[in-house]
Ligand binder design. Structure first.
Ligand SMILES: NC(=O)C1=CN([C@@H]2O[C@H](COP(=O)(O)OP(=O)(O)OC[C@H]3O[C@@H](n4cnc5c(N)ncnc54)[C@H](OP(=O)(O)O)[C@@H]3O)[C@@H](O)[C@H]2O)C=CC1
Ligand SMILES: O=C(CO)COP(=O)(O)O
Length: 308
């Protein structure tokens, strides 16, 4: 919706032919963005062949489904740059989205888009700033210019690893903040989790080759701040609901659940200490009560605040 305009026509490919047909008839996406009319220059299609000839392809599906979707898309034959928009780490392999995509297309064809932005706000043309990371700087710069609109401002990064890790890891700490707020622990506890969560994110991302500056940017601290403080975040809302009802509400995509488990496994493999992520996994798996997990965090040995 944000990109479709007089200058750009957008093809929206979906797997559910009935839903696509309804979108063509009603010019609304009733399932995901019911209040937003589809622009005239956006064409919903159910046939994958309609993607041929695209200048760029944005893949906007849940992270754990990326491999299956890329298998179906036959992107190598299309040859256009592919912008991965999912925020998550593949649980089965511990791979970033761009690593998964490299099984299907050359690395230089891959870019990633991340940062603080809710789909409904972007589609409503509310001002948003995101980061586009690319392995090939020229392709990245071209995408930056093509995808920037009056309301969507993109910053370019040549650290796609850092961009993806910020987007994936922030979901784990958004769940943790949901736990704290849902358990009635107050705003000071949330601020502590955001800050120490940022330290954890940075520790793991640096160990995986990300640049520190990337973590300080939109796709790192920016998205962490949004997701940990907004009830619109599905990850935050999931944690809040679990703390309040002891029920897992999985009606919507909650990327942080699988990514917390993948993060824990990566941290163990790399010897990086991530106490908050570990407690999130313990609660998700039912190994610890929320109260015991939060108690365990508060009773850890005292240490200096720096370095992260
Ligand atoms: N929503 C947001 O505000 C933002 C989301 N993101 C990220 O974007 C990614 C997608 O999120 P979002 O769009 O909200 O997720 P949703 O789960 O709400 O929608 C995902 C889309 O993916 C499709 N899909 C799901 N599984 C498959 C599959 N196996 N094959 C083909 N298509 C599939 C769905 O199709 P169908 O309708 O047929 O089920 C739907 O169109 C996530 O990683 C999220 O973190 C990033 C920034 C903001
Ligand atoms: O990534 C997002 C905002 O930047 C959306 O967050 P949720 O998936 O938690 O809703």
């Amino acid at each position: 919706c944000s990109l479709a305009s007089a200058e750009h026509s957008v093809v929206l490919w979906g797997r559910d032919a009935d839903q696509i047909q309804r979108m063509r008839q009603t010019r609304r996406n009733a399932r995901y963005l019911p209040d937003i009319p589809l622009p005239d220059s956006l064409t919903p299609v159910a046939e994958r062949s309609a993607l041929a000839g695209s200048d760029a392809i944005l893949v906007v599906t849940p992270a754990q489904r990326l491999r299956t979707i890329l298998e179906q898309m036959e992107l190598a034959a299309i040859g256009a740059p592919v912008v991965l928009c999912s925020k998550g780490i593949e649980q089965a392999s511990g791979l970033l989205q761009s690593d998964v995509a490299q099984d299907f297309i050359p690395k230089d064809q891959i870019a990633v888009l991340s940062g603080p932005g809710f789909a409904s706000e972007i589609a409503s043309q509310l001002p948003t700033a995101l980061t586009i990371g690319a392995f090939d700087r020229e392709i990245g710069a071209e995408l930056q210019h093509r995808l920037t609109t009056k309301s969507l401002r993109l910053y370019l990064s040549d650290d796609p690893t850092g961009v993806q890790l910020g987007g994936a890891l922030k979901n784990v700490y958004a769940i943790a903040c949901g736990f704290a707020v849902g358990a009635g622990l107050g705003e000071s506890a949330r601020a502590a989790l955001i800050t120490r969560g940022f330290a954890e994110m940075s520790r793991l991302a640096l160990a995986m080759g990300a640049m520190r500056e990337t973590l300080h940017g939109l796709s790192g601290f920016g998205d962490l701040a949004l997701s940990c403080t907004s009830a619109q975040s599905r990850n935050f809302a999931f944690g809040l609901h679990l703390a309040q009802t002891a029920q897992h509400d999985l009606a919507k995509t909650v990327e942080g659940i699988a990514t917390a488990k993948a993060t824990n496994a990566l941290a163990n493999r790399l010897g990086v200490e991530l106490p908050i992520a570990a407690q999130v996994v313990a609660v998700l798996e039912g190994a610890l009560s929320l109260e015991d997990a939060l108690g365990a965090l508060m009773s850890r040995p005292l240490k200096p605040e720096l370095p992260v």
